[in-house]
Structure formats: structure tokens, C-alpha cells
Design a protein around this ligand. Structure first.
Ligand code: UTP
Length: 289
């Protein structure tokens, strides 16, 4: 199995980050000096992805523009001796082949992914959620692709979370294959403590096979009246083998305020331009708390 294409569903309404996200897509909020979406694209490209489809909606034109050329701005930068910045803008636009499709109604993550059917054709493909940012040595998507290739099967990424947290995600019944890799036997969305299958939550990264499209088209609306990807994955794992990777990374959900602030602080601390200054700043401010 070779995975060359990725889908980034980014058509959600971002209600947890209002009012900022009323006019700025949450994927375009800056994390230190780059929009959230750029980190996700970089992870995809570093994992071997060449073609990227972003699922957008009518309020998300800024994403399309961001990965386009901007000749007037580049000329202005070059003429004022800032060739480096101009080159960086080009590098970002040239990182991958970008494609866009609109999800015309916000009918859920499963519905958003189903928009990718004709772009994907008959190939396996990756899905990266537009607000889940990973900090890791080996790109998280690459960790999934390696397992998907090895077991020749779709693969979901996730991590073990606390008893309190699992109800916010989907839980999975697993059988161990090797260190950090499992067979998925069952999966359910936002379980109550009684419904919980384990504390392994599926979060943010997937390698899927094209048979998911027929499954999603046949999946009735689930929780919140939305077409849930989890419901489709549950059908998939009962139809064919599906594996899970407990990815080795720190994950940030930048779609909520705390996750966004944690990512901002951690990424700024790691950045040589801002890290030493920010560490001193935090120490100084903490003295007065
Ligand atoms: P979220 O659960 O984060 O939903 O969706 P949201 O609407 O973006 O944010 P809140 O909960 O209102 O704050 C998970 C992923 O699925 C995408 C989102 O863009 C996000 O990347 N999504 C969700 C869609 O593309 N379409 C949908 O209809 C729903």
C-alpha cells in the first residue's frame, strides 16, 4: 500500500473558539508565526504526501489564498532586500499540490470526508484533522503509514487518555500486535463510562481505504444528527482488518482555548527565536502569582 494523498477536513464551525473564529478559520489562527494548518501540511509532506485536498466551506477562503502565490508581496519583499522571506512564501505554496472542495452543509466529519471520493479514486489515503497539532520526532502520520503498509490495512491513530477524558473521544476495543500497534475490534463515539471499550482514544490521524466511501454514504446520521466518521470506522473494522497506532507524540487540540494556549507556549518555548525570552518572561510573571 502506498499513501500519496491526504484529506484535511477543515469545514467545521469552530464554535469552541468563538468569537475569534467567526471570520478567521480556526485552522488559520497563528501558532507562534505560522497558521495551525501549516504545521499539519508540513507533517503530511514530511510523511511522504504529495497531493492534499482541503475540505472547506464558504467562510474559509483564507486557506485557499494562503497556499497560493502572492507575486506583488514577493516583489515588494525582494525589492526591499527580504529575499529570504519571499523564498519562504514560495516554499510554503510549493510544498504540495493543493486541491479544495466545499462541504456545502456542516453535516459532520464523516460527511466532510465523503466529499473527497472523486479526488481519492481507488487509492488509500490519509486524513489529518485541521486542528490537531502534533509535536514528535517521527511525523505522526508516518507512524500510521508504516503500520498501514506493514499490515496492508487501514489504520487509526490515537493515545491512551484518562477515565475523565475518554467520554469526549471515541473508544476502541484493541488486541495487541506489537509495541504501539493493535488490531481494532470495535469502536464507539463519545462513550459513557458503561459503554467505554478501553481508554484508547482515536484522535486526529487516519489512513483509510476507498471502501470507506460506500460505508460513509450508507451511514445514517448519528450523534448530534451528524454523519460520524466513528460510525463508519466501526463498520469498516467489522468488514476488514483495521489497525491502530498509539502514536509517539504530544498532541494539542488547538480547537479549544486551553489546547491552543498550551500549543502556543510549548512551540514558542522550543523556537530558538522566542524560547529563551519567553522562559524568562514566564518566570518573571509567575513570581507575582
Ligand atoms: P470538531 O469536532 O473540532 O468541530 O471537528 P468544529 O465544528 O470544527 O469545532 P467546534 O466543536 O464547533 O468548536 C473535527 C474536525 O472535523 C472537521 C473540523 O473542521 C475539524 O477539523 N469538520 C467537522 C468538518 O470538516 N465538517 C463538519 O461538518 C464537522
Amino acid at each position: 500500500m502506498k499513501v500519496r494523498k491526504a484529506v484535511i477536513p477543515a469545514a467545521g464551525l469552530g464554535t469552541r473558539m468563538l468569537p475569534a473564529t467567526k471570520t478567521v478559520p480556526k485552522e488559520m489562527l497563528p501558532l507562534v508565526d505560522k497558521p495551525v494548518l501549516q504545521y499539519i501540511i508540513e507533517e503530511a509532506v514530511d510523511s511522504g504526501i504529495e497531493d492534499i485536498l482541503i475540505v472547506t466551506n464558504r467562510a474559509k477562503q483564507a486557506m485557499d489564498d494562503y497556499f497560493d502565490y502572492y507575486p506583488e508581496l514577493e516583489h515588494r519583499l525582494i525589492n526591499s532586500g527580504k529575499e529570504c522571506q519571499a523564498r519562504e512564501l514560495r516554499r510554503v505554496a510549493d510544498m504540495a499540490n493543493f486541491f479544495y472542495v466545499r462541504q456545502r452543509e456542516t453535516k459532520g466529519l464523516g460527511h466532510a470526508i465523503a466529499r473527497a471520493r472523486s479526488f481519492i479514486g481507488g487509492e488509500p489515503f490519509a486524513v489529518l484533522l485541521g486542528d490537531d497539532i502534533m509535536m514528535s520526532e517521527k511525523p505522526v502520520l508516518r507512524q500510521l503509514i508504516d503500520a498501514a503498509e506493514k499490515y496492508d490495512s487501514p489504520c487509526v491513530g490515537g493515545q491512551y487518555v484518562s477515565d475523565e477524558a475518554i467520554g469526549a473521544y471515541s473508544s476502541t476495543k484493541l488486541q495487541k500486535l506489537e509495541d504501539r500497534v493493535y488490531d481494532v475490534l470495535d469502536i464507539n463515539e463519545k462513550p459513557t463510562p458503561e459503554e467505554k471499550l478501553s481508554n484508547f482514544a482515536v484522535m486526529g490521524r487516519y489512513v483509510l481505504t476507498p471502501d470507506i466511501f460506500d460505508i460513509l454514504d450508507a451511514t445514517p446520521p448519528g450523534r448530534n444528527g451528524e454523519i460520524q466518521l466513528t460510525d463508519g470506522l466501526n463498520t469498516l473494522c467489522h468488514t476488514r482488518r483495521m489497525v491502530a497506532v498509539d502514536y509517539d507524540a504530544t498532541r494539542y487540540d488547538t480547537g479549544n482555548l486551553r489546547g491552543f494556549l498550551a500549543a502556543t507556549v510549548d512551540f514558542a518555548l522550543r523556537d530558538p527565536q522566542t524560547g529563551p525570552w519567553l522562559a524568562e518572561f514566564i518566570k518573571d510573571r509567575a513570581k507575582n502569582l
